[in-house]
Design a protein around this ligand. Structure first.
Ligand code: ADP
Ligand code: ZN
Length: 619
């Protein structure tokens, strides 16, 4: 057996023993092996991709200590709680501890009692801390949320710049591992340069998550949709992101009046209010969180069943980061983006408001346009997203996104497309979407008349449709590559080579076009469930009972419920109804240590249930 195989086998054993998972995800395997071979490694993985295991398993196999640089106190605590629950010795040092507690933990590290130590980056700048660390044997430094080192990112944090000097101050250079969910070329370059990674192995992985059904819904009554959706999924935790505090407050009030247990989170609230709200969500006391994008970093809640975007975010990076907070436990979950044309105006306003140089501005506009293209594409949304981020994937459509499940018939749009392209040509490619739509509609709008566009042969060529519908069609054509929108605040439509082929009659355009009236969107976004343990097979009563047991344990242990077992694990239990320790250890997410700590009440429950399984009603 090769060394690599042996290493992998050992790593897999540890994964089963401590985490109860039989296999690594594809990307995890490559990252773990790279670190164990001693390479500096950069892992670019979305939220929920399973980053922590990538450095925690090597930490168990490498001699000495793994130091984890982590930006948020809540994140550290959560990770250490989870590790402790799994039987792995870990601790954190941060400003919430007393001097005495800090010293105890450093002593524990010196005794070799800790495999992982979590610290905030600021700590690395403190002289005495550096001295203490120099006296330890540190084999790996893992930098979480590594994009914080870059000013290109959205969370620049100066103290991340002290990681590299800190590492160099150690008597022996440890392996450096860096992780982030943000993967633009600028940020990647900065991470390599500013963290001084040496010939790093870079892995982009895990963006494709089979359990997430992505949807974009255009032309909804957004408020109605949100209330209806939350009411129909009252038992499921969900996050609703809105762009402004005002919208957050408004949605929050509406949800409350509809009797839905909700909380809210935005920068206008006091620290205490926000902490209380976040806590209530983590502990499942409220099901729905309405928030601005201030909410999320450090939220490790794994059973979020849906993330709804009330507004389109500024770019795909932001969108995927936020939407990716759904379904971290691998269970089927929904990511729904409610798109309205107003969102584009809002985002442009924000770009204009933000003082910055012209390069950055152009960059922001380009990214905004790519986000808009995503909202209009009729291609598989998962493929569109992977293409955007440059992750390799099979050409197969996902089958569960709103494009894949769109069962409207494809219609031949060639004639409409020709009218649009020819109109743009006649307007000399100098105008934007709404002006072209107005001309095609045959509007008496002052500007249309002023330019004499009512003399064009295409004037009124699509008068049977509304201007809004025409705009929609133009936007779809743009996202499909027939047209390009120039960069900047007032983008102008330009014809692309594909459009020329259509005009010459060499290519026809088949499209699912915007329906005139929206069908039941909540139903559509429900998606199909493509999973081993389908809703119907799971006995909901049993699942609810297991949740109660978990809640009680969580209360006793003072940890959030999912630290005990996540929803996916409880669901699997509710299907297989384990009767023995062996059965229980075969359930994904049940490791040996966790079984010893928490397994008994669950096993007792199934023993009491006896042969009654699958019959329902255990009251
Ligand atoms: P990240 O830090 O990348 O956001 P986490 O490390 O918190 O993600 O992992 C996300 C979820 O996926 C967690 O619930 C974790 O237990 C689960 N997970 C991670 N790796 C595996 C695996 N190999 N098999 C099954 N579940 C996994
Ligand atoms: Zn799809």
């Amino acid at each position: 057996m090769s060394v690599e195989m042996m290493t992998l086998e050992r790593a897999q054993q540890l994964l089963q023993t401590y985490y109860g998972y039989p296999d690594f995800r594809e990307g995890q395997k490559r990252i773990v092996l790279s670190l164990l071979e001693g390479n500096d490694t950069l892992g670019i993985m979305p939220t929920g991709g399973g980053k922590s295991i990538c450095y925690q398993i090597p930490a168990l196999m490498l001699p000495g200590l793994t130091l984890v640089v982590s930006p948020l106190i809540s994140l550290m605590k959560d990770q250490v709680d989870a590790l402790t629950a799994a039987g792995i010795s870990a601790a954190y040092i941060n400003s919430t501890l007393t001097g005495k507690e800090v010293n105890e933990r450093i002593r524990a590290a010196k005794r070799g009692d800790l495999k992982l130590l979590y610290v905030a980056p600021e700590r690395l700048e403190v002289d005495w801390f550096r001295d203490e660390m120099s006296a330890l044997s540190i084999s790996c430094v893992a930098v979480d949320e590594a994009h914080c080192v870059s000013q290109w990112g959205h969370d620049f944090r100066t103290s991340y710049l002290s990681v590299a000097p800190f590492v160099e101050s150690l008597p022996q250079r440890p392996i450096l591992a860096a992780f982030t969910a943000t993967a633009t070329p600028e940020v990647t370059g900065d991470m390599v340069r500013l963290l001084r990674l040496e010939q790093p192995e870079v892995f982009v992985t895990g963006l494709s998550r089979d359990n997430l059904a992505m949807s974009v819904l255009r032309g909804e009554n957004k408020r109605e949709f949100v209330i209806k959706y939350a009411a129909e999924h009252a038992q499921e935790p969900g996050i609703i992101y809105a762009a402004t505090r005002k919208d957050v407050d408004d949605l929050y009030e509406r949800l409350r009046s509809a009797g839905i247990a909700s909380g809210r989170y935005h920068a206008g609230m006091s620290d205490e209010e926000r902490a209380a709200s976040q806590e209530a969500f983590l502990y499942d006391d409220i099901r729905v969180m309405v928030a601005t994008n201030a909410f999320g970093m450090g939220i490790d809640k794994s059973n979020v069943r849906y993330v709804i975007h009330f507004n389109m975010p500024k770019n795909m990076e932001a969108y995927i980061q936020e939407a990716g907070r759904a379904g971290r436990d691998g269970e089927p979950s929904q990511c729904i983006l409610l798109f309205g044309a107003q969102d584009i105006i809002t985002q442009k306003f924000l770009i204009e408001q933000n003082p910055q140089d012209s390069d950055r501005k152009a960059n922001d506009y380009r990214k905004l346009q790519q986000m808009v293209d995503y909202c209009y594409t009729t291609k598989c949304l998962r493929s569109a997203m992977l293409d955007y981020f440059g992750e390799e994937h099979q050409d197969q459509p996902c089958g569960i996104c709103s494009s894949c499940t769109d069962d409207r018939e494809q219609v031949d749009m060639t004639i409409d497309a020709q009218k649009i392209f020819s109109c743009i040509h006649r307007m000399r490619e100098r105008f934007g979407v709404s002006m072209v739509a107005a001309v095609l509609k045959g509007s008496r709008n002052k500007k249309v008349l002023q330019y004499g566009f009512d003399d064009l042969s295409t004037y009124g060529a699509m008068s049977d449709r509304t201007e809004k519908e025409i705009s929609e069609i133009i936007n779809v054509m743009a996202s499909e590559g027939y047209l390009m929108l120039s960069e900047g605040q007032y983008p102008v439509l330009k014809l692309q080579p594909l459009a020329a082929e259509v005009l010459k009659g060499q290519r026809s355009v088949m499209q699912r076009m915007p329906a005139k009236s929206a069908e039941s969107p909540a139903g559509r976004a429900g998606g199909s469930r493509k999973h081993d343990y389908s809703q119907s097979a799971v006995n909901e009563t049993v699942f609810e009972q297991l949740r109660l047991i978990r809640r009680e344990l969580a209360g006793k242990e003072h940890v959030p419920s999912y630290i005990i077992f996540n929803d996916a694990t409880l669901r699997e239990m509710s299907v297989v109804c384990p009767q023995t320790e062996h059965d229980m250890l075969n359930v994904k997410g049940v490791g040996e240590v966790k079984f010893r700590k928490y397994g008994k009440p669950f096993l007792d429950f199934f023993k009491d249930m006896g042969g009654d399984r699958f019959e329902g009603d255990y009251e």
